[in-house]
Design a protein around this ligand. Sequence first.
Ligand code: SF4
Length: 899
Amino acid sequence: MGLRDGAAPRRTRRAAAGAPVATACPYCGVGCGVLASPDGSGGAAIKGDPAHPANAGRLCSKGSALGETLGLEERLLHPEIGAARAGWDDALDLVARRFTETIRAHGPDSVAFYVSGQMLTEDYYVANKLMKGFIGSANIDTNSRLCMSSAVAGHIRAFGSDTVPGTYDDLEAADLVVLVGANLAWCHPVLYQRLAAAKAARPAMRVVVIDPRRTATCALADVHLAIAPGADVALFAGLLNWIGSAGAIDDAYAAAHVAGLDAALAAAAALTPAAVARLTGLAQADVAAFYAEWTRTGRVATLWSQGVNQSADGTDKVGAIINCHLATGRIGRPGMGPFSVTGQPNAMGGREVGGLANLLAAHLDIANPEHRARVQAFWNSPRIAQRPGLKAVDLFRAVGDGRVRALWIIATNPAVSLPEGEAVRAALAACPFVVVSEVSARADTARFAHVRLPALAWGEKAGTVTNSDRTISRQRAFLPPPGEARADWRILADVAARMGWAEAFAWDGPAAVFAEHAALSGVAGRDFDISAWAGCSDADYAAMRPFRWPAPANGPSRERFFAEGGFFTADGRARAAPTPCAPVSAKPAGLPFTLNTGRVRDHWHTLTRTGLSARLSAHVAEPFVEINPADAGRLGVAPAELVELRGEAGRAILPALVTDRVAEGALFAPMHWTAETAPAGRIGGLIVAACDPVSGQPALKSAAVSARRFAAAWRGLAVSRARPEPEEWPQGCAYWARARRKAGWSVELAGDAPPDDWIGFARALVGAGSQAEPLAFSDAASGAFRAAFLDDAGRLVGAFFAGRGPVPASRAWLAAALSDAAPDRAALLAGRGPGETPDPGPTLCACFDVGLNVIARAIAGQGLADVEAVGRALLAGTNCGACRPEIARLIATRPRNAA
Ligand code: SF4
C-alpha cells in the first residue's frame, strides 16, 4: 500500500456540511460532550457541548484540537493479510479459521483478545460475549488493566461491587478536596477547570495535592504534600489511625454498614504522624496538619488516579483511602466520598461489560457459579468461562511462552504501552497468529500483525461511553467511513458468525447491542442497572442524552451510592480491609534514581491521534526527563543535554529538563513516545513488570533507574516539508524525535559519530532531491553545520542544523518558514527570524498559539501580576484554560526566571 508513495488519501464519500452533532470526546475519563459540525470536506469544527453535564461547554486543548486529528494520511484503510491488501471476506475467514483451529488443537485458553478503554461499550460488549460466552475462555483483558484496575479491585474488595459512589458535583461541593497521584491540570483538564471555578466562587474550599512532583495541579493547591513515591498506603493508613485516635469514627455508620474496621485500625495502630513522616518523607507537622484538617472537615472528597493505581500495592492504596471514608461515614452524600478518576474515555464502560479478564458482564463475578449461570442463560451460550483469564502482563507472558497462540489486539498499542516493552515485542514477533484492529497504519503494534483490520475512528463510529462519574454518553458519527473501515462490534460479530455463532451475534446496529447490554444489566441484580434502556429502539438510541447510571426499568434511580449502606456484599456491609504498610524496599544496586512516569498536557497515549496535530505537538515536541538541578549538577548535565537512563528492563535516552519540580533523587518522564516517533524515548522499555497481587495492575508509575550524561558527538535539528524517514538516512542516530508542524515536520537528532557527508545526510534527512542546491555553512572549529534547501520557487524544502551541543535555533520560526512563500535566506541559515525577531518558544496557549517566551516577556516587561492580566494582554488562557496553571507558574517564578 505505501502511504509514503502517494498523496494523502481523502475520504471517498464526503460528509455533508451540517448542523452540529452531539458526541463525546475520545480522550480522558472526564467524558466531555462535544459539538462537531462537519465542514463537508472531511473535517469538522469542534466546540464544547454546553448541555453536557461533564463539561457544560468547556473543552481542554486536546478536545479543542479534535478537528485537527481527522485526516486520513496515517489511517489503515483496507484489510491486509501479511503486507498485502486483502478483501474483508478473506481477512475475516482467515481470522475465524485460525482461531477455530487453534481452539480445536490447543483449547479455548490458547487464544486471547487484548482490547482497550478506547473502544465503545457496544464493541466491548461483543468482544466480551464472544470470548467468555462462546469461545469459553476469559482470556480477554484490556489496556484499562494498566490504568485503573487497582481502583476496580479496591472498589470490589470494599463495596462488593465496582461502584464509584459519588459524582463530579461532589468534588465541587466539597469543603476539602484531596487529590492523590492525580495531575488533573494536565490529565483531566476540564475537571481541573471545574474545581478551579468552584474554588474561585467559594475561596474557603481547600485543595490538598499529594504528589511527589510539583505538578501543574499545584497551582490550585492550598497545600502540596510532596510525598515519597509509593508511600500513599502509609499516609492514609496513618490517617485512619488518627481518625480512630481522635474519636472521629462515625460509630453509627460503622456499626451498621462496615465490617473489618477494627482489624484495619489495628493494622494501622503504629502509624503515628512521626512514623508516617519517616515513611513518607513529609514533615511531621505537615502530616499532622493534613490529618487534623481531613478529620474535622465533614465534606471531604478524596480523588485519585494513576499515581495511586499504577503501583505494586495499588489495591491497598485504594483500600487505605476508602477505609478513611468508611470509618467516618463520608460516602455517598453531597460533597464527600472516595473518587477514582479514570484515564480513558470508556474505561468505565469496559468495566460495565466485564471487559477485564477477572470480571463478568454487568458487574457480575466470574468466580461466582450462580453469576456465571445467570449470564450464560441470558446469552443462551454453549459454554461460559469457568475462571478468570490472564491479566495483561501475564497474557503477554503467555504469548511469549507459547501458551497463547492466537491473539487479537483491538484499539491499543501494547508494543509501546506495556512494561518490559522489549519482551512484549519479542512475544508478538513469536506469536503464530496476531490480528490487529487499528485506526493507524503506523501504530508500533500493527507491525507485528499477520492480519490488519481497518477500524472506524472517532467521528466515524457510533456507540456509547461511560465517564468517571457514571455518565453514559453517545459517541455519534458525523463523518462517513473512510476506505473500507468498519465498526469494531461488526468485525467481531462477523468473525463470531464465521465461527458458527451467527444467531447470537446478529445485531443490525449498535442500538441493538446496547439494548441487549441494558437488558442483561436488568437481570444481573447489581449496582450497574440500565434496564430502562433494555428495549431501546434505534430512534431512542439516536436521541439519547447523557444520563448517569443506575437507570433501572423498575424503581427509582439514585444520584449516589452507600449513604445508607446497601453494599453489594453478602451481608450488605462494606469491608474495611487492613492495609499493612510494607517497608519501602531498597532500590536495586546501581539504580539510585526513582523515575516517575506520566503524561504531558497536550498529548494522549502513544501519539497516534494527538501526534497528528501540529498545534498540540507545539506544546511539547519531544520526550524529556525532568531532573533536579542538584542531580543535574552532580551528573554534569546542562539543560537540554541528553541523559541516558538505564533500568532493569532496558534503557532510554532523553533531553534533560532541569527543574526543581522534581526532588533530588527523582526523575520524571512522559510515556507518549514510540518507535514511530522517538525510539530512544520509549519509557515502557525501562519498567519492570511488577504487578499488584490483587489487581494485576503493573507498577508503570515508577521505576528504579540509573542516570548519566549521554555524550553525543553531535546534536541536530531539521525541519522539512516531507516526513523525515529514518530508514532513508545514510546512518542511524542514537536519538531522534519526530513531530508534526503546520506545514511539515521537525526532527531533533543526536549521534554517536558525525556523518561523513553532512550535506548528503542533510539532503536525505529533509527529503531534498538531488537537484536542490543547498545554502550551507560549516565551521570545523566549532563543529557547526547548517544547510537549507529551497525549491525552484524559492520556498523552503527543509533545513538542518547541527553542532556539538543542543541546537539553539528557533523551532517556531523555522517551522513557520516552511509555509513562507519567500523566506529570508540569511535568516534561514541563522535559524531564527530576521533582525531582532524574538523566538516565541514552545506553545503554551494552544488555543491562541502563544509561546512560552512571549508570555514570559510580557510578564516581565509589562508587570503582569496574575493570569487574568496575561489573558487581557495576550488572550492566552482565556479559552480552554488548560495553560492557566503554567501561566500561573511563570508568574510565580518570575524572579527566578529573571535571575
Ligand atoms: Fe477531552 Fe479534555 Fe474533556 Fe478530557 S478534559 S474529555 S481530554 S476535552
